[in-house]
Design a protein around this ligand. Structure first.
Ligand code: SF4
Ligand code: SF4
Length: 459
């Protein structure tokens, strides 16, 4: 009977998830730019009309349509541009008159620079001498979601894009903090801290639900900490342009440094999905020691995504990211297969992505060793074992004598043990305040050498 009830609850959860998936699936695909005609040619002196259509398919596009940029080679120029006209839901159209100035190949690029994916399209125009017929057709390229620099060789520009003065740091910060998602991350962090201090463990579900709906489904998980990590290594020299992304990366690291992995327990939309899918009554117990070994995979994934980003010059992981597939309702063979595996495994295993694969989790598990506030046992603890056995789904409490030990690098500050210990024998304090903050043993981690306590966990 309990099994039947579990299955019923599981079906309701899956159906609710699928409904949310379908609701958002119609309108949060990537930003798209198209050019018509898609091939052009002419002679010097001709004026070509190009129709540009921009579909702002991220629901809360932070870049106004007027900020769409045109970049041209020096042998063409835009003599006239109509106003952008709204032609459908979040879809705008404008017509450009492009004059052909000198023979050769001209190129017009349409660029939408954005802290999200942005958008890009281009057309090459074959220009013959005055009065001569065009000799070759040219091509246009549909948006790839990547900035021009990531898809095309550099072109000597003569257009509007390069005439703009460089942004100051003040302007860069102003622009970054004008993004609502930055405030969403900060607001959730403040809410989480308050909830933890007041031992309101159920507030965590409110925080996670908001994160999943707003940062996940509404924003399409863009930006996210994993994408920000790749952008950090790719665009370190262009920090002003990518400042909002860097802040999205800095928030979990700074939070973890001061408070431990609060971000994982309360803020991350990817963690939220897995948390809501998990059914404790259907949980599968992993063989002894397997969980500890699997945790090392996070560092392999971390190395893999950074190498892939540097090698391809793009945020390559986004192409196979199962969470992006979920939150953006994008169906493609690899990410959708990974997503299906992730959804099924999350029902039976607590947060498998977080504990075994997440590259951000790998970074935070190292940073968490330095956390200024830690979960600790007080002198009231009688070592009954309830916290390790029943409260801590993250398997961060390791039974021991005279007291259990908390693996601070795995503790997500969920607050379950703090709120539920029958003797009230746990506290959230500075490291020197508790009685059982024994440091986790140092163990070798592939690619990182010996890292203190990275794999200590109750698995
Ligand atoms: S481990 Fe990764 S996916 Fe999981 S909650 Fe932390 S940052 Fe998010
Ligand atoms: S030790 Fe476990 S139960 Fe306690 S706050 Fe950390 S993750 Fe939660």
């Amino acid at each position: 009977m309990p099994f039947a009830r579990s299955l019923k609850r599981l079906s309701v959860s899956l159906l609710t998830g699928m409904a949310a998936f379908l609701i958002v699936s119609s309108s949060i695909l990537a930003c798209e730019i198209t050019l018509k005609p898609d091939k052009a040619s002419g002679s010097v002196g001709d004026i070509i009309k190009l129709e540009v259509t921009v579909a702002l398919t991220h629901r809360n596009c932070p870049v106004p349509i007027a900020d769409t940029k045109f970049k041209l080679t020096s042998n063409i120029k835009v003599t006239e541009q109509t106003q952008w006209v709204l032609t459908g839901r979040d879809t705008y159209k404008a017509t450009l008159s492009v004059q052909l100035i000198s023979p050769g190949t001209g190129k017009l690029e349409v660029i939408r620079d954005c802290v999200k994916e942005g958008g890009y399209a281009s057309i090459t125009i074959t220009i013959g001498a005055a009065g001569a017929a065009a000799v070759q057709p040219s091509e246009s390229q549909q948006s790839s979601g990547l900035p021009a620099s990531e898809t095309e060789p550099a072109i000597e520009p003569s257009g509007q894009a390069d005439d703009e003065p460089e942004m100051s740091w003040g302007e860069a910060f102003k622009e970054a903090f004008a993004q609502p998602f930055i405030w969403a991350y900060l607001g959730l962090a403040a809410f989480a801290y308050a909830g933890l201090m007041m031992r309101k463990r159920r507030w965590r579900y409110i925080s996670l639900a908001f994160s999943m709906v707003y940062l996940g489904f509404f924003l399409g998980l863009c930006p996210c900490s994993i994408g920000a990590m790749q952008n950090f290594v790719l665009h370190l020299g262009d920090a002003k342009q990518y400042l909002a992304q860097f802040i999205v990366l800095a928030i979990p690291i700074a939070l973890t440094l001061f408070l431990g992995r609060l971000y994982c327990g309360w803020v991350c939309p990817m963690g939220a999905v897995q948390q809501f899918l998990y059914r404790k009554d259907l949980a599968i117990k992993l063989p002894d020691g397997l969980g500890v070994r699997l945790r090392k995979l996070r560092f392999v994934v971390l190395g893999g995504i950074l190498i892939a980003a540097l090698y391809t010059g793009t945020t390559a992981f986004a192409e196979i990211d199962p969470f992006k597939s979920l939150f953006n309702a994008q169906i493609a063979p690899v990410p959708t297969t990974l997503l299906a595996l992730l959804i099924i495994s999350s029902v039976f295993i607590f947060t498998p992505w977080c504990r075994f694969l997440c590259p951000m989790g790998a970074v935070l598990s190292v940073v968490a060793k330095l956390a200024r506030r830690q979960v600790a046992f007080t002198a009231e603890c009688k070592n009954c074992g309830a916290c390790a056995k029943s409260f801590c789904d993250y398997k961060a409490i390791v039974p021991g004598k005279p007291l259990p030990v908390i693996a601070q690098n795995e503790c997500a500050r969920c607050g379950e043990c703090l709120s539920r210990c029958p003797r009230g024998a746990m506290e959230y304090n500075r490291p020197e305040g508790g009685t059982s903050n024994a440091p986790a043993p140092s163990i070798p981690v592939p690619g990182l050498g010996v890292v203190p306590g990275v794999s200590l966990a109750n698995e």
